[in-house]
Unconditional design. Structure first.
Length: 463
């Protein structure tokens, strides 16, 4: 039996509601069973003032993630994430000129060249006519001579005014007057090396450009399309997919501001606005250049919007790359939050998100401390903690349903298997996120780790 997208959304809302109510009921049941013993405890007399203060501090730190949870709930309830086709609001011929820009170090030339050809075909299949591709690379990859393709090699001698490095340096080089060939009213779509377009994404980008109300936009990226190299890391990324469909969509569609930041791929910008914001923000804007860029743009009053249609990427091929990827993200966000260039009113929610991540190794101790050293709490606190846990767990379910939708069609057993698998990897993902938090907080914050992206090279390294 085939369900419409609207029916799927209503079923999802129903399941989410039952899920949240069920978790609250079970939590209250457990609390009532232990309430008599816990309420008899005088924590100061039992543990001492210092230990009691630490126990309550660890408990209340878990509420730092509450704003993200509220945004995720709003996004899941308000927006239908199950639409399979994006409808064009205008003919692609009327869309502004758009440049798809890929930044690479030149380590995977075959991957980049293959994906440029695939993505150009997708654009043409979607009816797009006014477009080109630019590959910006530190080392020449010798892109084939194509009418709509241009290779830009960033000279090793190039320096930005602020000393930006890595991807920021390459992106800023493209904006230099003697390099840039785009007009201010044109658009740029920023892609990673492995990013593959879909016709839905192209149509969503066309709608965004023709609408013209906002300077910057972004859509969701899924990680389970095509060949899956590592099932566990792909299942771990189900959370990211759900986070895009819920929190990211709500902040961009409703607030038109990325108050929690955004990703570095599937970024659509108006050329004139990108030139004004720039990527030249020193080393602090070079580790998570996407996040820093969004904060500066928001500070300067630019508006954002959500773009319908997903793009496809692959999850990291091994656990080390997954760990290093998360570590770099944390370090980049840390530098962004602590930058004097961005006022606190702009980065407050991003800061709460960052410190929720940094304190994750501490708040995870609640799993042990609650039964070992219980302290009295109040109903509202217990309600909010249960809400946080239940929503974060449901995001794995929501992400799995979206990520593997093309693999379980017509099979209820398969959908159950994918959901169960996504929940099963949760403990491993928590361990990796905790390790990334510790490594990112304690290690040097000026490194830019590049994960492996070429399947062929990966297979050769394993031989």
């Amino acid at each position: 039996m085939a369900f419409t997208a609207k029916t799927k959304h209503y079923l999802h809302v129903f399941c989410l509601t039952i899920w949240l109510i069920g978790f609250q009921y079970i939590s209250n049941l457990i609390s009532s069973m232990n309430a008599a013993n816990v309420n008899l405890i005088n924590p100061v007399e039992t543990y001492g003032l210092v230990i009691t203060s630490l126990l309550y501090m660890i408990k209340f730190l878990s509420l730092l993630v509450l704003p993200q949870v509220i945004f995720n709930i709003a996004g899941m309830l308000m927006y239908n994430g199950f639409k399979e086709t994006v409808k064009l609001q205008s003919a692609p011929l009327l869309a502004p000129f758009v440049c798809f820009r890929v930044v690479t170090r030149g380590m995977y030339p075959d991957l980049v060249k293959d994906n440029v050809v695939k993505n150009m075909k997708t654009c043409m299949d979607a009816g797009l006519e006014n477009f080109m591709f630019e590959v910006v690379t530190d080392n020449a990859i010798h892109l084939p001579t194509l009418i709509r393709a241009r290779e830009i090699v960033v000279p090793s001698s190039y320096r930005t005014k602020s000393g930006a490095k890595y991807k920021s340096r390459a992106l800023q080089y493209c904006l230099e007057e003697d390099i840039n060939i785009l007009q201010d009213e044109n658009y740029i779509v920023h892609l990673d090396e492995e990013t593959l377009l879909t016709e839905n994404a192209v149509r969503g980008i066309v709608n965004f450009m023709v609408d013209g109300k906002h300077d910057f936009g972004q859509g969701i990226i899924t990680y389970a399309s095509g060949e899956i190299v590592n099932w566990i890391t792909t299942l771990c990324d189900c959370y990211r997919v759900a986070d895009d469909m819920a929190k990211l969509r709500f902040q961009l569609s409703y607030l038109h501001a990325p108050i929690f930041g955004w990703k570095g791929s599937y970024v659509v910008t108006k050329v004139g606005s990108e030139k004004k914001v720039t990527f030249d923000h020193g080393i602090e804007g070079s580790i998570a250049e996407d996040c820093f860029f969004s904060m500066v743009a928001m500070r300067d009053g630019y508006t954002f919007d959500y773009i319908e249609g997903e793009m496809n990427e692959k999850s990291p091929f091994n656990f080390w790359d997954l760990l290093q990827q998360r570590k770099r993200w944390l370090q980049g966000i840390y530098l962004t939050v602590h930058s004097s260039l961005i006022p606190w009113k702009t980065k407050l929610f991003l800061a709460m998100s960052l410190y929720a991540w940094i304190t994750m190794p501490i708040t995870s101790l609640n799993l042990l401390l609650c039964p070992m050293a219980p302290v009295p709490t109040f109903f509202l606190f217990d309600f909010l903690v249960t809400l946080i846990g239940s929503v974060n767990l449901y995001l794995y379910v929501y992400g799995a349903v979206k990520s593997f939708s093309h693999k379980y069609r017509g099979s209820y057993f398969k959908i159950f298997l994918y959901i169960a698998s996504a929940i099963t990897v949760l403990p491993l993902n928590i361990v990796i996120e905790n390790m990334a938090s510790l490594m990112g907080t304690l290690a040097s914050k000026d490194e830019f780790y590049v994960v492996k992206k070429d399947i062929i090279k990966l297979q050769e390294s394993m031989v």
